[in-house]
Design a protein around this ligand. Structure first.
Ligand code: URA
Length: 210
């Protein structure tokens, strides 16, 4: 497994995930469910952000109240399925910047190849939350995290809907320092690299491409 894994077992989130898993769930409902689950995961992944006490004047009195302090946030979506989680997370984190990383698997070497990479200029000063719904082999997430570290990012966390034990082991080997927040850990990968029981191809289900 992974030394810094958190599985969010909130009943509301689990219920929505179970509906999303069903092959009978339509594209529009799947998209909505992923957005709602992503918002709940955003709530949980930011649970340990530092706060500072700031002066606020209410209609009644002045007081010192907590507000988020420390680094600004950046969400980084691993294309293309990561984009399905962005809207839900941005609803809770409206000030966050957004970066995108596109990777595909070379059919010969089976290694991830980068085809798109766009981040805010001040990325190394930000707390970065990488989003990818399916942590399967872990190859894309591992490559994306390595690339972000090369860019000087010091504070990283990864959020996914479903994780496979194989992906968690790959992340534990390469990025044991990066906390992982997931809605569930499934059984294993099948021979095509799909998570079992999983929910199928998250990108296809989000964008209706199959
Ligand atoms: N990517 C997906 O979309 N689904 C899986 O099950 C594995 C990888």
């Amino acid at each position: 497994m992974h030394p810094a894994l958190r599985v969010i077992d909130h009943p509301l989130l689990q219920h929505k995930l179970s509906v999303a898993r069903s092959a009978d769930t339509t594209t529009d409902n799947f998209r909505r469910l992923v957005r709602e689950i992503a918002a709940m995961l955003a709530y949980e992944v930011t649970r340990d952000l530092p706060t500072e006490r700031v002066s606020v004047t209410t209609p009644i009195a002045e007081c010192k109240v907590p507000m988020i302090a420390g680094k600004k946030l950046c969400l980084v979506s691993i294309l293309r399925a990561g984009n399905g989680m962005l809207d839900g997370m941005i609803e809770l984190l409206p000030g966050a910047r957004v970066g995108h990383i596109g990777l595909y698997r070379d059919p010969h070497t089976l290694q991830p190849v980068e085809y798109y990479f766009k981040l805010p200029e001040d990325i190394e000063e930000r707390e970065v939350i990488v989003v990818d719904p399916m942590l399967a082999t872990g190859n894309s997430a591992t490559a994306a995290l390595s690339r972000l570290k090369e860019e000087g990012v010091a504070s990283l966390r990864l959020v996914c809907l479903l994780a496979a034990p194989e992906g968690l082991a790959a992340l534990a080997a390469h990025h044991p320092d990066v906390p992982v927040t997931a809605a569930a850990v499934d059984s294993h990968l099948d021979e095509h690299g799909y998570i079992v029981p999983g929910l199928g191809d998250a990108g296809d289900r989000l964008f209706g491409t199959r």
